[in-house]
Design a protein around this ligand. Structure first.
Ligand SMILES: O=P(O)(O)O[C@@H]1[C@@H](OP(=O)(O)O)[C@H](OP(=O)(O)O)[C@H](O)[C@H](OP(=O)(O)O)[C@H]1OP(=O)(O)O
Ligand SMILES: Nc1ncnc2c1ncn2[C@@H]1O[C@H](COP(=O)(O)OP(=O)(O)OP(=O)(O)O)[C@@H](O)[C@H]1O
Length: 489
């Protein structure tokens, strides 16, 4: 990729989140992640090109020096900052505009700085030998997988119903989504295959911004935000079926939709539990703390008790990092105020305390060497704030599972799992690789907003008593297919 000879025709719209827009190269396995600004700032960019460069470099540093150490290097691709010709960026912005979802257009792509983050395209991995069947990539934004047990939690409900499940009520009440998702992160993070299967089933039913499927780099399944359209599950099945036909089914084409989906979810659960081999199963937190009362999973169905997550699995590493939030936002906020006060009194301390970076080994050390007891110092407070920010990033990251159909039965050197052969009487073979994306640092001053949001979510949940009009509960008319397909495993 020659940066001085960039042509917008070589790039296409790939996706976007709240703060960045991603374009992918039409031939190379590369994406560019560009910053976004509020639309009202479009005439006057809110920061200079140097500041934008620094912001992206901070993202790279935070990912490679901090999150990579917490989550495990093997899952992380930090990428590099690139300087692009401004004319290329402007043409690209015009080219992708009509493909952007309307609800994301309150922000515009940064066309002023010419800076972007260049990353491998995790939806079209160049894994092993080229294959005729394109890879399937599944993106999951799992969100927070535990219930807080901090003594600072003031509302009992927070220790019983998880943040995601409560937040769903708030989101539907505020019109962000039309229907409530019945996905519960605590089921996904349980390590119990039945609960994980149940969680993924609900992600498929109501993906929102938590679930997408890509085939050969193209998004084939995701939520249409703000839309009432039924998801096209039949179209998804049409895409998945060839990957899951095996043995006699391959010859007589007889495989029920239910079996295809079950096999797909099974392979995904395997990938999420795999990790590099040799990892023991963890001693889980008490089962009471890892079960959300809003989850529809029937606890009595857990046939073999709690299984726990393998310690080298992606879910384990993400959960451990999320749990750096030991105080809950209610206990953290007074410490944030202590730091804020200190910075008002001693503005130059901002640099020494690395409030806005640099995100280097020093930052990681501050985060990791936190005293167990609060000694009233600003150092303790900063350490907890740094930990909380890393936990926030882990609560908002996404997992990308790439599944490449494979004809051979083997295990990679690094232990990545390969599944079984297409022609065998058992489910087909995939080589899989697991990555984590969106590991940006959360701003120091986002903490007061976190507290306000927490209060709004809890009071909305308590007000509505967890009850919503029937219309906001799946399954909906026209989606019976989907419901019928799913059966207890
Ligand atoms: O606060 P939350 O839990 O709603 O998370 C926000 C996400 O909302 P979600 O609930 O996942 O739909 C939100 O995602 P969406 O815009 O809703 O897709 C962002 O990821 C936001 O992060 P940032 O401010 O862009 O760095 C996220 O904000 P942070 O709290 O991580 O800063
Ligand atoms: N390296 C990558 N390879 C392939 N696709 C990617 C890559 N990075 C991001 N994407 C796609 O682009 C989308 C938006 O990227 P990302 O989640 O990083 O944006 P964001 O603005 O940081 O999100 P958020 O709303 O969480 O703040 C992702 O959901 C994913 O589908």
């Amino acid at each position: 990729m020659e940066l001085d000879k960039m042509d917008e025709n070589d790039w296409k719209y790939h996706g976007e989140g709240n703060k960045s827009l991603v374009v992918s190269h039409v031939q190379l396995s590369r994406v560019l992640r560009l910053l976004k600004y509020p639309a009202e700032d479009s005439e006057n960019p809110p920061q200079t090109a140097e500041q934008a460069f620094r912001q992206i470099q901070n993202i790279v540093d935070f990912s490679s020096n901090v999150m990579s150490s917490l989550l495990g290097e093997k899952f992380i691709h930090s990428g590099e900052v690139v300087k692009l010709p401004l004319e290329f960026v402007r043409q690209l912005s015009i080219k992708v505009q009509h493909q952007r979802p309307v609800w994301r257009c309150d922000k515009v792509m940064d066309i002023y700085s010419g800076c972007a983050l260049c990353l491998p395209n995790l939806t079209s991995p160049a894994l092993h030998q080229p294959t005729h069947t394109p890879p399937l990539c599944i993106e999951i934004k799992p969100k927070c997988g535990f219930l807080p047990s901090s003594k600072h939690v003031s509302k009992d409900i927070k220790t019983k119903v998880c943040r995601f499940c409560m937040h769903q009520h708030y989101k539907v009440a505020n019109g962000k989504w039309k229907r409530r998702s019945l996905y519960c992160p605590l089921d996904l993070f349980s390590g119990n295959r039945q609960r994980m299967h149940f969680a993924i089933r609900h992600l498929i039913e109501e993906p929102q911004n938590n679930f997408k499927i890509f085939k050969g780099g193209q998004c084939i399944y995701s939520s249409k935000e703000g839309s009432d359209d039924s998801l096209d599950l039949n179209s998804l099945l049409h895409h998945l079926r060839p990957y899951f036909m095996y043995g006699n089914n391959r010859i007589n084409c007889h495989m029920t939709s239910k079996a295809v989906l079950n096999d797909f979810i099974q392979v995904l659960v395997n990938a999420l539990l795999s990790g590099g081999g040799g990892g023991g199963v963890t001693d889980r937190r008490g089962e009471g703390r890892s079960f959300c009362e809003a989850s529809l999973f029937n606890r009595e169905r857990i046939r073999h008790g709690s299984q726990g997550l393998p310690s080298d699995s992606v879910l384990f590493r993400i959960l451990q990092t999320q749990m750096l939030d030991t105080l809950d936002i209610e206990g953290l906020h007074p410490l944030y105020r202590r730091v804020e006060q200190h910075l008002q009194d001693f503005p130059k301390e901002r640099t020494r305390l690395q409030i806005e970076g640099p995100y280097n080994e020093g930052f990681l050390e501050k985060l990791q060497k936190c005293p167990t007891e609060d000694d009233g110092s600003v150092e303790y407070a900063v350490s907890k704030v740094h930990q909380y920010r890393a936990a926030m990033t882990a609560k908002d990251c996404s997992i990308m599972v790439a599944l490449v159909p494979s004809g051979e039965e083997e295990e990679d050197d690094d232990g990545q799992r390969r599944f079984r052969d297409f022609l065998s009487p058992r489910p087909p073979a995939f080589s899989c690789s697991v990555s984590i994306l969106d590991l940006d640092p959360k701003p120091f001053d986002s903490i007061p907003r976190q507290l306000r949001l927490d209060q709004k979510i809890v009071s909305c949940y308590l007000r509505t008593g967890g009850a919503l009009p029937n219309g906001s509960l799946p399954p909906l008319p026209g989606r019976e297919d989907c419901t019928l397909l799913f059966h207890p495993v």
